[in-house]
Design a protein around this ligand. Structure first.
Ligand code: DX5
Ligand code: ZN
Length: 232
């Protein structure tokens, strides 16, 4: 038995929502230097979620400020109207909410046609079956582990069971689809989501905060990932 550090396969992306926007360039440089795998970019429209965040001009600035892949999470109504614009502003992956569109398959095709990797996000109360038929077409499914709209909320403790069920669903169709989690992920909760089958982690306040440098916070988060013993 050789100990295989599972943490190598796990991707972690800090959420720009927690950044200091006056010093966004500095935060992006710190994120990259800390070894983050991607940058998560939260777009909120005040309609799909009860908050307004950042949009196209800040995405273009983020694109100019980092070489990391940018993972755009659209928490907006009528996402089909905005796919091209967010792609042009710098999105590498575009994730839309299942609850925001009656024509998800069409929307996913549209994202794919722009050259971006398509993802679908699910609110905590949305049945997993909503994405089942789409799995062969997706680059990722995003399981919200809080209700979307704000950074710094507490992880919903029933979410690992849901992640396990989705993991089985993804493995069954043999999809290369990644399983992303977002909301309330910190050094205490990361172990449970990875054990349940998440392979892509978004973290806002746990990584970008005033208590410690981004590199230290990211290292602490990675250290929370369980290392499993696998057969050699
Ligand atoms: C919440 C956003 C998250 C948020 C995560 O609606 O989608 O990406 O930035 O922040 P934390 O990690 O602080 O919960
Ligand atoms: Zn997000």
């Amino acid at each position: 038995m050789t100990p295989v550090p599972d943490r190598i396969a796990i991707r972690i992306g800090p959420s720009v929502l927690s950044a200091n926007f006056l010093e966004l360039g500095n935060d992006l440089r710190e994120i990259e230097a800390a070894g983050a795998d991607f940058v998560h970019f939260d777009v909120m429209d005040g309609r799909f979620v009860p908050n307004i965040s950042i949009g196209l001009p800040v995405l273009a600035a983020t694109r100019a400020g980092t070489g990391l892949p940018i993972d755009v999470h659209l928490m907006i109504v009528e996402p089909e109207r905005w796919i091209r614009a967010f792609r042009d502003a710098g999105a590498d992956r575009l994730t839309v909410h299942a609850e925001a569109s009656p024509h998800l398959h069409r929307l996913v095709q549209e994202i794919e046609s722009t050259g971006a990797i398509p993802g679908v996000a699910l609110n905590p109360a949305t049945p997993l079956s909503v994405v089942e038929e789409l799995l062969p077409f997706l680059g990722q499914v995003l399981v919200m582990t809080v209700n979307p709209g704000f950074g710094g909320q507490s992880f919903i403790p029933t979410m690992p069971g849901r992640i396990e069920r989705l993991r089985r669903m993804i493995d069954r169709v043999n999809s290369a689809c990644r399983l992303q989690v977002d909301g309330g992920i910190n050094r205490e909760t990361i172990g449970a989501v990875v054990e349940a089958g998440a392979d892509t982690i978004v973290a806002g306040t746990a990584v970008i905060n005033r208590s410690a440098p981004i590199a230290d916070n990211l290292a602490a988060l990675r250290a929370g990932i369980p290392v499993r013993e696998l057969p050699s």
